[in-house]
Design a protein around this ligand. Structure first.
Ligand code: 4AD
Ligand code: MG
Length: 570
């Protein structure tokens, strides 16, 4: 192995392990024995300058074939560090070729890099000198053969699909955009706040929350216990009643016979015992598996959190508490919605970047959202061009141009009222959902605005208050709220945000108007009761950003472990 064992300086680590930039010299993976294939072939010279270097590589065979009547084999090796494969040549004297050539086999080898013969596509290949290890595959059973597989098919193999070119490219793009998110907000002085996954307040007030409860576990435990130790039968209870009767009669007769006190006490003790046995049996007979009840409803005071709790649909309400204390903040984590949407843009568990800025209004909010989206797109152009080229070639020819358009064009900003007026005039398309002022724009309307009318990102703002959540600031017209949605070609709504209602009475009215129970929001209202501040924020659907950036059609293929109705495997 050509490389030393010392820990690399931090600056070097960040360029390699985090952004996975391409042009550095060959170097070993940190804390591992192999050289990432990316650092060999993703150089401007395609690796040619590394000829003569000794390296250890490991990866999974994409294609392998024995040649020269079984005297050597060519392996196309991919380790997921980049889209391209390294060509590896192994002689039969070095390793059992029959084991190595099957697609999906894991191979670790040591060898010398050399320039391939003239006329071949690759600029460098590896001649194996030492065989290190192999993880074999039975080709008759391996579920991901060499043929091109659909993304839908791969969804049944989420544990193996990271080995495919597409899913690994998406994973690298997703990683880059997560890093870009932190970079953007850290560079702009935002504080990263971890908001809770479990909550008692429904941020969007839409009742789409997954409940978190241990009452069902308790119920199942009780059912199990009853199975092991079943309740007494009627016969057992009758028998116990008879014993009580007998013992009672015995006491009465002894009393009549005027026997000694001691004898009577002994008989009374036996009667008491029999009564105890009966009452225990009767108690046990009453045990019926069921959820605890109070006043005809489930009694959540007996639940784990002593009240109803849910998985969060948004960290906004909690992150606002920090914005109203420490300045601009962001949170970035999974959120959960129990919507039964089977669309290509909805997940039951998705990632959201949410920001909150004190002393800001809707315009500041839109400016931040636009800068944020532009930064993400530019980041991919600067750091992930090889993966973007792979996506352009295989999924969406326009994907790189789309990123360029976003970075270079100011977003269109239009009020909801104007957007509806434009959509009402549309004649070349018949919408499934009729357009009129007051409707929630459907995906078809959003996409028409951004893809057809403006052909660039569009920010629609000042929505009717009736279709937006309670926390959005009511405008002076009392009909609209200071809300904004960022719409992108291909995905429609990417970002939803607003100015927050900072006036106590106004927000109390909204909670009342919307028929929400005020109790879970009392702490949120305290932010308005004590030292209220004008502030604004938004949430970006991170997975939708990946959809836009990759050109992939279905959101289930851009998240490592998709959760949707009927599916939460792994
Ligand atoms: O518009 P939404 O519902 O806004 C909020 O949750 C606010 N509390 C955010 C805030 O102001 N802090 O959701 C924000 C974004 C949407 O624009 C969309 O991109 C994405 O989250 N989103 C989903 N992504 C995937 N699957 C789903 N089921 C989604 N629902 C919303
Ligand atoms: Mg929304």
């Amino acid at each position: 192995m050509a490389e030393g064992h010392t820990t690399p300086p931090v600056a070097e680590m960040s360029s390699v392990s985090l952004t996975r930039n391409s042009a550095e010299a060959v170097q070993r993976a940190h804390f591992a024995k192999n050289v990432p294939i990316r650092s060999i072939i993703c150089r401007p010279d395609g690796g040619a300058g590394l000829a003569g270097q000794k390296v250890t590589v490991g990866g999974w065979v994409k294609t392998g074939r024995e040649q020269g009547k079984g005297t050597f084999a060519f392996l196309e090796l991919n380790d997921g560090s980049c889209a391209a494969n390294l060509q590896v040549i192994v002689d039969a004297s070095v390793a059992p070729l029959g084991q190595l050539v099957h697609t999906g086999t894991c191979v670790a080898v040591e060898g010398k890099l050399k320039e391939p013969p003239e006329g071949t596509r690759q600029k460098i290949e590896l001649r194996v000198e030492k065989f290190i290890e192999v993880g074999t595959v039975d080709p008759a059973k391996y579920p991901l053969p060499k043929t091109r597989l659909t993304l839908e098919f791969l969804r049944d193999f989420v544990h193996l699909r990271p080995r495919t070119n597409t899913i690994s490219a998406v994973a690298r793009i997703r990683n880059a955009l997560a890093y870009a998110t932190h970079t953007f907000f850290q560079q702009h002085g935002f504080l990263y706040v971890h908001t809770p996954i479990i909550t008692t307040s429904d941020c969007e007030g839409a009742g789409e929350m997954f409940q978190v409860t241990t009452l069902i576990n308790d119920l199942e435990k009780m059912e199990k216990q009853l199975k092991k130790n079943p309740p007494p039968s009627e016969g057992e209870i009758e028998a116990a009643k008879l014993v009580v009767e007998e013992k009672g009669e015995a006491v009465a007769q002894l009393k009549l016979a005027e026997v000694s006190k001691e004898e009577i006490s002994a008989a009374v003790a036996l009667l008491t015992k029999a009564k105890e046995v009966l009452s225990k049996l009767e108690e046990k007979a009453k045990l019926k598996p069921g959820l605890p009840q109070k006043d005809g409803k489930i009694d959540y005071s007996q639940d784990f959190f002593a009240r109803q709790a849910f998985l969060t649909v948004s960290g906004q309400l909690q992150v606002e508490t920090y914005a109203c204390g420490v300045g601009s903040v962001y949170t970035f984590g999974p959120t959960f919605r129990a919507e039964h949407s089977h669309t290509s843009r909805h997940l039951a568990e998705f990632w959201m970047v949410e920001i909150e800025i004190p002393f800001s209004d809707l315009e500041d909010d839109m400016n931040c959202a636009e800068a944020h989206v532009k930064f993400m797109c530019q980041w991919l152009l600067d750091n992930c061009l090889d993966d973007m080229e792979f996506m352009a070639k295989n999924f969406d020819k326009t994907v790189i141009d789309r990123l360029r358009t976003v970075t270079s064009t100011p977003f269109e900003r239009i009020t909801y009222t104007d957007a509806v007026a434009l959509l009402e005039k549309v004649e070349d398309k018949k919408f499934e959902n009729k357009v009129q002022w007051g409707i929630d724009l459907a995906s078809e309307h959003e996409r028409y605005l951004t893809e057809v009318l403006f052909k660039k990102p569009v920010i629609v703002y000042n929505y009717p208050k009736g279709i937006k959540p309670f926390y959005m600031r009511v405008n002076d017209d009392d009909k609209t709220v200071a809300a904004m949605d960022v719409l992108l070609p291909k995905v429609g709504e990417l970002i939803g945000g607003s100015e927050r209602e900072e006036r106590l009475e106004a927000i109390q009215n909204r909670i009342f108007e919307m028929g929400l129970s005020p109790e879970p929001y009392e702490w949120y209202l305290d932010l308005r009761r004590y030292g209220t501040v004008r502030h604004a924020g938004y949430g970006m659907g991170f997975d939708r950003m990946i959809l836009f950036a990759t050109g992939i059609d279905n959101i289930r293929d851009v998240i490592p472990f998709p959760r949707y109705p009927g599916r939460a495997d792994l």
